[in-house]
Design a protein around this ligand. Structure first.
Ligand SMILES: [Zn+2]
Ligand SMILES: [Zn+2]
Length: 335
């Protein structure tokens, strides 16, 4: 089969590789459409090292081609969305339901080969039957959507609350829509105003560009009080954490989804003095079905975020496009 194999930093080649065969409890998925994200880019660029050679890619929809012995959850010919993380299932964290925190967690496209290929092999328990009538293009970003479904759940948002989303990339524009679906009013805060027309179209009640000034006055004007009730941070930068603290009211909550790898200075005076609750949210536990339901019901519009499409042979151009200012989600079509 054809696979985009990363042989080292920025050394990505479309190679002929042996087609995967499913082991016990596994499924081989013929990849239909895959999404490219910042994690893929940082591995491609070498800032996040992996064991080479590696096939990247972890956001995908496809059709089950074959299943191994004992697999009964999905059948060949079935269209599925893949949950690209699986845990050991046996440790105390897994047994208490915290499988996203398992120290033995395996990430598809990072620890093992992923979906920038004609086919990928995953444990069948990672496969979620795709809702009928919902196209690949709408389901391809189910994985990042599951991330924000969990973040909004951990924020404990209730209808009528005032929320702010920091960041207007894929995660930010999805978080905005999940918050709206929960009945919150949403202020989108971003470095620039580039995505604000789209954010408004997707339901943002207000927007604030950091180039236009600090976030505090915007949060006060939007909330009609000391700041917003809840902030969902999606940018994953050190500054974004301070922006979240600037937006939230005393007694409010912040959920962090981004993973800044550099040490992040936090004004803990502001956290303690104002009793702000800061919560981390790591990928997803049981949020995949809910994410697919939100797409199927139309409550979350994902297709609007897919700005670029490339064939597998043009994977290099897909990675370049990810950095383009007008790119939100770059998709790779392998079928
Ligand atoms: Zn990703
Ligand atoms: Zn475990």
């Amino acid at each position: 089969m054809k696979a985009a194999v990363l042989h080292g930093p920025r050394d990505l080649r479309v190679d002929r590789t042996p087609a995967p065969t499913p082991g016990p409890g596994e499924a081989v998925i013929r990849v239909g459409m895959a999404g490219l994200c910042g994690t893929d880019y940082s591995i491609f660029a070498g800032t996040r090292p992996v064991h080479y050679p590696k096939v990247l890619g972890h956001e995908f929809v496809g059709v089950v081609e074959a299943v191994g012995a004992g697999a009964s959850r999905v059948r060949p010919g079935e269209r599925v969305v893949v949950e690209p993380n699986y845990s050991c299932g046996a440790c105390p964290l897994c047994r208490e339901g915290n499988r996203n925190l398992c120290l033995g967690r395996v990430a598809v496209g990072i620890d093992v080969d992923g979906c920038f290929a004609e086919a990928a092999r995953v444990p069948e328990r990672c496969c979620w039957p795709a809702p009928a009538g919902v196209e690949d293009e709408d389901l391809v970003i189910t994985e990042p959507l599951a991330v924000v479904v969990r973040a909004v759940r951990r924020a404990g948002v209730s209808a009528g609350e005032r929320a702010a989303v920091v960041g207007a990339g894929t995660l930010g524009l999805l978080a905005l829509q999940v918050l709206r679906a929960r009945g919150a009013h949403v202020l989108v805060v971003s470095r620039s105003s580039r995505r604000f027309a789209l954010a408004r179209e997707l339901g943002a009640d207000a927007t604030h560009a950091l180039t236009d000034g600090p976030p505090e006055p915007a949060a006060r004007a939007f909330s009609g009080r000391e700041g917003v009730d809840v902030v969902v941070e999606t940018a994953g930068t050190a500054e974004a954490v301070s922006h979240a603290l600037a937006l939230v009211r005393p007694g409010g909550r912040i959920v962090l989804t981004g993973l800044p790898h550099e040490p992040t200075p936090v004004a803990f005076f502001s956290v303690v003095r104002r009793e702000v609750t800061i919560t981390g949210s790591m990928i997803y536990q049981d949020e995949f079905e809910e994410a697919m339901r939100l797409v199927a019901s139309g409550a979350v519009r994902t297709r609007a975020l897919v700005t670029h499409r490339f064939g597998l042979d043009a994977i290099g151009a897909a990675f370049e496009a990810h950095r383009a200012p007008d790119a939100i989600k770059v998709a790779v079509l392998t079928a």
